[in-house]
Design a protein around this ligand. Structure first.
Ligand SMILES: O=C(O)CCC(=O)C(=O)O
Length: 256
């Protein structure tokens, strides 16, 4: 176990209060190196044969603008083990306070200059689960700050209900909060600069967003891991209908 009972208690208290927590130095240099080597292997050997819904580019057909890899733990044993066993799962169990069901694992890049902003959203709005019990982990694979598009949270927003979302034109983040930013969003904004190996975790209802990458040379590589509680049930019919409609619209607008 990575965390003592006292550490676990304090992490959960802070997560429940703020709607997020930052675990600095969660991966050491060796662990990060192994992860990056497997990511490169996945990009070179696995990604080329994936369905187009699971690999997004900022500019379609320009593979230097890789933006997002989706459902990685479903496609590869290394990433399945990373999500299903060990320290990431332990943290999810601590923060959700019960057994968990691992879900999607993603790679997020914002390529230099062209990396687009992430619209403000609540992950739970996309998930269609009851009860709304889940968390998202965001692992920095390199240093991330305001210039290359760090994540931002509205502190305490997980306790303020579901916001109204509407369709965005952003590939990979199809829904965004309509009335953002309110005065409250601005007053509670937390700018989450991160160093390689830091892990951020947020609640299903926490409002979050990120700027685009304005740097000329720096990428912004990160991984996302989603866990639901073991009792959360997905409305499969609603989710399937939404996915189909989204797929059609991404094809129609030439994005995938
Ligand atoms: O990487 C980003 O910009 C945003 C990630 C995100 O929104 C998420 O993991 O839910």
């Amino acid at each position: 176990m990575k965390y003592s009972p006292e550490e676990a208690k304090s992490l959960k208290e802070s997560y429940d209060r703020d709607g997020y927590v930052a675990l600095r130095g969660f991966l050491n240099a060796d662990e990060l190196q192994t992860l990056k080597a497997n990511l490169q292997r996945y990009i070179d050997e696995v990604a080329p044969s994936l369905p187009k819904e699971d690999v997004f580019y900022e500019t379609k057909d320009d593979h230097s603008t890789l933006k997002q890899l989706i459902r990685m733990s479903q496609h590869d044993a290394f990433f399945a083990d990373m999500q299903n066993q060990g320290a990431f799962r332990e943290v999810a169990e601590i923060l959700l306070g019960r057994a968990v069901a691992p879900q999607n694992m993603q790679f997020f890049n914002k390529p230099a200059r062209v990396g687009q902003p992430t619209p403000p959203h609540q992950d739970g709005y996309y998930w269609m689960i009851t009860p709304m019990e889940g968390c998202t982990m965001w692992l920095a694979l390199e240093d991330v700050d305001e210039e290359n598009g760090c994540v931002r949270y509205a502190r305490g927003s997980h306790l303020k209900g579901t916001r109204i979302h509407s369709r965005t034109t952003t590939l990979g983040f199809s829904q965004g909060i309509q009335d953002f930013p309110t005065e409250d969003d601005q007053a509670t904004e937390a700018v989450m600069r991160a160093q390689a190996g830091d892990l951020l975790v947020h609640d299903a209802m926490t409002v979050h967003w990120a700027d685009g990458n304005t740097s000329e040379t720096r990428s912004r590589n990160a991984m996302g891991l989603i866990y639901y509680s073991d009792r959360a049930q997905t409305d499969e019919a609603a989710r399937e209908a939404y996915q189909q409609e989204l797929h059609k619209s991404l094809e129609a607008t030439g994005k995938i």
